[in-house]
Design a protein around this ligand. Sequence first.
Ligand code: UDX
Length: 422
Amino acid sequence: MKIAVVGTGYVGLTTALLFAELGHDVLAIDIDEEKVKKINEGFCPIYEPGADELLKKHAGKNLKATKDYDIEDRDLIFICVGTPSREDGGMETKYLEEAARQIGRRLKRGSVVVVKSTVLPGTTEKLVVPIIEEESGLKRGEFGVAMNPEFLREGLAIYDTFHPDRIVIGELDKRSGDALEELYRPLKAPILRTSIKVAEMIKYASNAFLAMKISFANEIAILCEKLGIDVYEVMKGVGMDHRISPYFLNAGAGFGGSCFPKDVKALIYLAKKLGYEPKLLTGTLEINEYMPRHVVELAERELGSLKGMKIAILGLAFKPETDDIRETRALPIVKELLKRGARVIGYDPKAMENFKKLVPEIEYAKTAEEAISNADVVIIQADWEEFKNIDFDSFENLKLVVDGRRTARPKKVRYVAVGRGD
Ligand code: UDX
């Protein structure tokens, strides 16, 4: 099939790589000239394990990138542009609208437009389709429409895209649903066909539920600290119930990233607009906003005032195996530390340059060891593999390790972790 993918962020790029690997002819469209150039030269514009190899295999062959919407000969056009949070928590649709306008101008009769961007229920039918109709002069039915949410995790984007738990296909017309089912058949994943609005809501409800699981574990973690027990032991027992499952019950510094905070906020915004004050969703965010402060409070509980203390923060990305710093819990932790007059030294294997742009005022170390050897306290914010092998006991000046992700196990140095009451 001839496929176009609009937007080459995490979702767009991995989607393009998947279809290229399945043998289709893929055109990746992005407004960013630098990205287009990189992709065509076979260099991945994002850090994502496995993406480089796949890009090298297909770039210039059955995967080409361009700035132009040359979509006239495309059977399927996937919209994968970002829908970030607006100031008021609502969903920013300007990229989506622009993509729809551009697609509409060059769309041929019979092509299928698929929205893969995370969009609030109603957006595809009420916003995207009318723009395409207006620009193309075609009516829905003369072109196909589907909504196909993406559930990949950053850092595992390639694996998740090739091994999805399920494929959700929201369809306006049966022909579009059939085309997508055919496209995804080689993945042998369960396929759920629904209306467009249901597909849109499945994505938000899934993310909100996972975020809620994390905040739930964090709330229980605070209780466990007070009770002198370990939330990880508790959640091990809880997660053994197959109705609950053991995943996303790891207490810590809270959730960050490009999806959970933004999508929960957008769902709260939508609920309020619909006349309902959401309680679970609001609580999920409130607990998450508190957790970075809780991490800093753990250090204070152990050492008293942090004024003038040198504090190394390990892991600046929102989680390991990525250079993405969007909504990273490292930012509120650093802010809390600076507010208390601490001296902060940051280190991350991949995300240092990105974080530096956000917070130029702290110090940065070239290695984890360099950061720790200059510090009184270490706070672990993201559980990178390399942090697991650090011998914290070998650093003479180190007074305390505060573990936000259950990464370390020092024997001599004082150690506290979220949800570990002792
Ligand atoms: C998430 C969803 O998992 C994915 O399905 C969706 O498409 C996009 O959002 P991602 O943001 O890449 O993916 O990361 P994920 O691995 O889900 O982690 C999100 C955040 O939650 C991270 O900050 C992580 O550290 C935190 N987390 C995760 C916890 O604090 N505890 C857990 O048990 C799991």
